[in-house]
Design a binder for this molecule. Structure first.
Ligand SMILES: [Zn+2]
Length: 170
């Protein structure tokens, strides 16, 4: 992803955070209600974790009911990314990056959209500024600390570890 596109996506996620007075670990279902997006948890086919449907003013985010709450939360944030970034985009989401690779031809640009939606989700659930408020300057961040931060931001340890690494904190 181009760094200019990254900055743009970060800005859109930061604006959503500010406009809705979000705080670490915020209730994403409240955010859906405020944005008039209908939420559904359903039985989805194997390998599909969520979907966004946009039909005019009607917006529906569906997640797999068999996923745990934290995973559903990340999926919702991912679908919010499609809603914010990919006008009129409607698609099912595979559950793993490997599957995107397997099922998606890079030439279609679909895989790029998945990367962008995941980056948006990371920016929305774990904003850089909010992380900076939690950690101390020059703090050594070990697994326990990652786990603590994951709890504060209500994301998986894996998601937090990847986020901290991409921000250069670990
Ligand atoms: Zn997607």
């Amino acid at each position: 992803m181009l760094s200019s596109r990254k900055r743009q996506i970060k800005r859109i996620a930061d604006n959503l955070w500010r406009e809705n007075n979000l705080t670490p670990g915020f209730d994403i279902h409240d955010l859906l209600e405020r944005k008039d997006i209908i939420f559904r948890a359903e039985n989805l086919e194997d390998g599909v974790s969520g979907a966004l449907l946009v039909d005019g003013d009607l917006k529906i985010i569906t997640v797999s009911r068999s996923d745990g709450p934290q995973r559903q939360r990340f999926t919702i944030a991912h679908e919010l990314g499609h809603e914010a970034l990919h006008d009129g985009f409607s698609v099912s989401v595979s559950s793993t990056a490997k599957e995107y690779y397997r099922n998606t031809k890079s030439s279609t640009g679909e895989y790029e959209k998945e990367i962008e939606a995941n980056f948006f989700a990371a920016c929305l659930l774990m904003p850089e500024d909010a992380i900076l408020e939690e950690i101390h300057h020059d703090e050594a961040i070990d697994d326990n600390r990652i786990s603590q931060l994951a709890t504060i931001f209500n994301v998986s340890q894996m998601a937090m570890a990847i986020r901290l690494s991409s921000l250069g904190f670990v």
